[in-house]
Design a protein around this ligand. Structure first.
Ligand SMILES: Cc1ncc(COP(=O)(O)OP(=O)(O)O)c(N)n1
Ligand SMILES: Cc1ncsc1CCOP(=O)(O)O
Ligand SMILES: [Mg+2]
Length: 212
């Protein structure tokens, strides 16, 4: 189930959006987004009450279309919004503690950059693993080295059944490389959030990630 849901994963905060964030999410879901992460972070992002209010509206949109609503980094916000899960990176705290703090219906996603981190994340009970950066990106300024879809191939060889998603610099013209390497899906920010037509940009990506 989660393997199919990960097909087209939108990661987004208001700071990423060319248009209104709630509209952006709705159009993206109508275009084919299947999984969502609220990542309100960095320059221009909302904080405090405004962040919570935006989270509430984005979760409503997700649930209207049966799309899981995941929160980036912040366990407190997961609880406040009763999100469907938490996504954490290697520097976001004790993975085991985070996993244990979640409710049984909440998923844990973990960011990794190589096979060793993926094996550790799997052992600690990650429900899915993000791998990146696949390609160069200007969206996140503290990215690790770009090693490309080959890292997905290495992880897939050792972990044939783990739900995997690639992230970083993924656009409609390179998304199929990530899927062919063995990912269940791609996670995207700017190719969708910066598009003039969010729905059309999403539809272009769908064509590259759905296995026929
Ligand atoms: C699906 C997915 N994969 C990777 C990341 C990156 O997480 P992290 O390294 O913790 O960086 P931030 O996103 O917190 O800046 C992600 N968010 N989602
Ligand atoms: C959150 C994150 N984690 C690794 S790269 C990245 C940014 C992805 O953004 P884009 O899809 O615009 O390259
Ligand atoms: Mg993080």
């Amino acid at each position: 189930m989660i393997e199919q849901q990960l097909a087209l994963y939108l990661v987004m905060g208001s700071q990423n959006c060319k248009h209104d964030p709630v509209e952006t999410l709705e159009k993206a879901i109508q275009g084919g987004v299947t999984f969502f992460q609220f990542r309100e972070k960095g320059l221009g992002s909302k904080i405090g009450k405004e962040k919570i209010e935006l989270g509430i509206r984005l979760k409503e949109v997700c649930h209207q279309y049966d799309v899981p609503f995941i929160v980036n980094d912040d366990l407190e916000l997961v609880n406040e919004l009763d999100a469907d899960g938490l996504h954490i990176g290697q520097k976001d705290g004790d993975m085991k503690k985070m996993k244990d703090s979640l409710k049984s219906y909440q998923m844990l996603g973990v960011s990794t950059h190589n096979l060793d981190e993926a094996l550790e994340a799997k052992n600690l009970g990650a429900d899915y693993i993000g791998v990146g950066p696949m390609f160069n990106t200007l969206t996140k300024d503290d990215i690790e080295e770009v090693n490309g879809p080959i890292v997905i191939e290495e992880i897939r060889e050792q972990l044939p059944n783990v739900p995997l998603v690639g992230i970083g610099g993924i656009k409609h013209h390179n998304a199929s490389q990530v899927i062919e390497a063995g990912a269940n899906g791609v996670a995207v920010i700017s190719d969708i959030t910066q598009a003039e037509s969010v729905k059309e940009a999403t539809e272009r990506l769908v064509g590259k990630v759905i296995r026929l």
